[in-house]
Design a protein around this ligand. Structure first.
Ligand code: B12
Length: 245
């Protein structure tokens, strides 16, 4: 982040939808947030290790520990309690933790379903992209994770060359709207055309209606909903479903 935008000040404390507000998860989140505040990667890993040891599912750690802790970091930055360097540290620590948790989520791709996941053009927020990619891999998808800010035309070329089934785009700020529109326009020209799903923090607010108007196939809040909706459209092979329960 750079200089604080006016619009970001006073953002209410954010609590993701569907969050299990158990004391236990709150404790893990608190420990993780304390570690981020202290710029202590070791303590952050220990907080996550403790949650795993107590049987908290990795998906829950992603959604109910890491995500809200990052949102809290954003709030602290917006009100001036946290510097940009502190935020960069929190991001790097969380990237390291995702590197540790990712292999616990992922399964080998089994049934030929291929997705591209990326930040929309100009979108530099990348942790949500990584989480979405890990959830999809956890459900047996093969995933091409392009990280942040893939230009629209390059994205469409890659989607075409790889004949992907799904393009999942992540957007966090209103500045991402024009790039998202451009990406949707480029992707709409492909034959066959992949299913295009929009997600990310931007669409949880007023902009959601715009997302639908842009021609996205789906606009979803979180990776869990994404996995569920994609299972309806691209059912995994029966043997895989039985194996994964
Ligand atoms: C870290 C951070 C950055 C880092 C990102 C580094 C990186 N490698 O990712 C950097 C420094 C680059 C950055 C830059 C900026 N940032 Co910033 N950033 C953050 C912060 C603190 C955390 C972001 C994060 O990782 N969150 C955790 C992830 C997991 O959450 P998520 O992205 O929402 O993803 C979840 C869901 O949305 C969903 N999801 C995400 N994508 C998708 C896609 C699909 C298909 C689906 C189904 C679901 C889905 O799944 C995820 C799991 O729960 C947030 C605070 C916040 N509230 O998020 C601010 C925040 C997003 N940033 C903000 C701002 C203002 C900026 C800047 C404009 C600052 C500036 N003036 O330059 C720039 C914009 C740069 C750009 N062009 O994109 C504001 C946005 C406010 C607004 N109204 O738009 C926030 C909210 C901070 C705040 N409170 O003010 N930022």
């Amino acid at each position: 982040m750079g200089l604080a935008d006016e619009e970001t000040f006073g953002e209410p404390h954010y609590c993701p939808r569907g969050m299990t507000a158990t004391t236990e998860v709150e404790e893990h989140r608190g420990a993780y947030l304390d570690a981020l505040m202290a710029r202590d990667v070791g303590a952050a890993r220990s907080a996550v290790d403790a949650a795993i040891a107590l049987g908290v599912p990795v998906e829950e750690i992603y959604l109910d520990v890491l995500t809200p802790a990052l949102y809290e970091i954003g709030r602290s930055w917006a009100v001036g309690d946290f510097s940009v360097a502190d935020e960069h540290s929190a991001t790097a620590v969380t990237q390291s933790v995702l590197g540790m948790l990712g292999p616990r989520m992922r399964t080998a791709p089994k049934d030929g379903r291929l997705a591209v996941v990326t930040g929309s053009p100009e979108e530099r927020h990348a942790l949500g992209v990584q989480m979405v990619a890990d959830f999809l891999e956890g459900d047996g998808w093969e995933v091409l994770n392009l990280g942040a800010a893939t230009p629209a035309r390059d994205l469409a070329r890659l989607a075409d060359a790889e004949q992907v089934d799904v393009v999942a785009l992540s957007t966090s700020t209103p500045a991402g709207l024009p790039g998202t529109a451009e990406a949707l326009s480029e992707l709409s020209m492909l034959r066959p055309r992949p299913l295009v799903v929009l997600g990310g923090r931007l669409w949880t607010g007023e902009a959601r209606r715009e997302a639908e108007a842009l021609g996205a196939d789906l606009v979803l809040d979180g990776p869990r909903e994404l996995v569920e909706r994609l299972r309806e459209r691209f059912p995994p092979l029966k043997a895989d479903v039985e194996e994964r329960g």
